[in-house]
Design a protein. Structure first.
Length: 483
């Protein structure tokens, strides 16, 4: 019988054998599951989880074999005294090389092509990145070499790579790269990148560079003119701080060896005030280069505090003729308010508001309630600004020294913006009131803006404020008074 059973089992069909085996395994598994620990169960589970391991892809193989090792190269490109063994079929991805190999150029049928490099931004490292990109489906560029890669990509008319360089530059604008990236954007015609970097400067000029004056030497006259004239220039504190920063900037431009750590902070004042010549600095041969920069200061808002007027007079930088016309306009504006003709601006002329409004700014470091006012002459309107429970509020205080006591309500036009910055000092989040017209009685307060809870500190608050109506010519003012 034993032999017969063995023979039967030997000839048992595979389907039946597998069925019996599976049932046995399942019964055995049930008994085992009862005895294994939770840790062992996790190990068993992990053994049944597929593990993915990326094999070398075609692009990487091509890059290593054809570009790095130069196998089957049919053209050698020589630049900056270095040879690259390349392949025409890959180089044709560039408009530059495609035209070279398709036209009647001398190099069309040559296997050794020397190319002169006139752009100082192009280096061997950047050329290696650009040539290597012909053999890859994706490329990694370090921000520290992106300008060189952009220069080479521009030479070879590689639009895709140029676009990637633009994205890298936009993502990595910071105090260490801003000037270099701006100059590159101007050189290679990247208008969107240029505009983005200019806005970065407009936000950071008076906050970052005021505290890091040693970096001011990097900003040339053309760039500073573009920054100061930018419509989104954030004036932190008052217009006088902009003047003081520009004074320091001119001093550093004229004295490139000046060292902030070793030399006296009074050197800047002495540089402008010690001259025996009474000619204003901006009218001297040396100073005329900076005239356009100072023309973008809102001079009327420099003359709002007696201490500031004294500083400007002693410095002898700005011509007196510039200031005299401002004094006249301010005096007429004050007389119009005092006589009751001007109760403040009513109609919003956005162009006039953008060009003539006072510019103020403040940095709120912590999530606590804050109240402040900006010192200086404000035509009898005493405004207190506050951040209270994530709301921004303006209040008109009752001031016993007001010379317009017969006018109980004053009109103002204002725009307030709040921004937060990331570690590169780029805008992370912003909120604005837009341009608003307000009519304020004494002791009246108005909530201007509610901030989301996710606004991070410090907050950078900028305010544009218009307190007076446009000043007409004197003849028109006389007719106004008579009516």
């Amino acid at each position: 019988m034993g032999k017969v059973f063995s023979a039967a089992a030997y000839y048992c069909p595979d389907v039946v054998t597998r069925s019996i085996s599976n049932r046995f395994i399942q019964r055995g598994s049930k008994r085992k599951k009862e005895s294994i620990s939770e840790d062992e169960a996790e190990l068993i589970k992990s053994l049944h989880s597929p593990k993915r391991k990326k094999l070398i892809c075609t692009a990487h193989y091509i890059y290593k074999a054809l570009f790095v090792e130069g196998k089957d190269s049919d053209v050698t490109v020589n630049m900056l005294n270095k040879d690259w063994k390349l392949h025409k079929v890959y180089l044709r991805q560039s408009h530059y090389f495609n035209s070279m190999f398709s036209g009647s150029w001398n190099e069309t049928n040559k296997s050794y092509i020397p190319i002169e490099v006139a752009d100082p931004n192009i280096a061997t490292e950047s050329l290696n990145v650009v040539f290597g990109s012909f053999y890859l489906d994706e490329i990694s560029i370090e921000p520290c070499v992106v300008v060189g890669v952009l220069a080479a990509a521009t030479l070879f008319q590689m639009e895709g790579l140029i676009e990637q360089c633009c994205e890298i530059m936009a993502e990595n604008v910071c105090p260490l790269t801003a000037v270099q990236f701006y100059n590159a954007a101007c050189r290679y015609g990247l208008q969107n990148v240029k505009a983005l970097i200019l806005e970065w400067f407009a936000i950071n000029l008076l906050e970052y560079y005021y505290k890091n004056v040693s970096r001011l030497h990097e900003i040339d006259t053309e760039l500073m003119t573009d920054i100061v004239s930018h419509p989104k220039l954030c004036v932190i504190q008052t217009e006088m701080f902009l003047y003081l920063l520009l004074r320091k900037w001119v001093f550093i431009q004229c004295n490139p060896n000046w060292d902030e750590m070793e030399d006296s902070p009074k050197d800047c004042e002495q540089f402008f005030r010690s001259s025996e010549d009474n000619t204003p600095f901006l009218l001297t041969e040396r100073g005329m280069e900076y005239m356009n920069v100072f023309r973008h200061i809102r001079l009327g808002h420099l003359l709002l505090h007696i201490r500031d007027v004294s500083i400007i007079t002693l410095d002898k930088i700005i011509p007196e003729t510039w200031l005299l016309s401002v004094y006249a306009s301010q005096w007429v504006a004050m007389l119009r308010i005092s006589s009751g003709i001007d109760k403040g601006p009513v109609d919003i002329n956005e162009q006039h508001f953008k060009n003539e409004s006072m510019r103020f700014g403040r940095v709120i470091e912590s999530n606590e309630n804050h109240s402040w006012r900006w010192n200086g002459f404000t035509y009898g309107v005493d405004l207190v600004w506050s951040v209270i429970d994530h709301s921004l509020i303006v209040k008109r205080q009752r001031n016993t020294t007001e010379y317009t006591t017969h006018i109980s309500t004053r009109n103002i036009i204002t725009r307030l913006e709040v921004i937060t910055l990331n570690e590169k000092r780029q805008v992370k989040k912003r909120a604005t009131t837009g341009v608003r017209s307000l009519s304020l009685s004494r002791n009246q307060e108005v909530k201007l803006l509610d901030l989301d809870k996710d606004f991070e500190y410090p907050l950078y608050i900028t305010v544009n404020l218009l307190l007076t109506s446009p000043v007409p010519d004197l003849a028109a003012g006389s007719r106004e008074l008579n009516t």
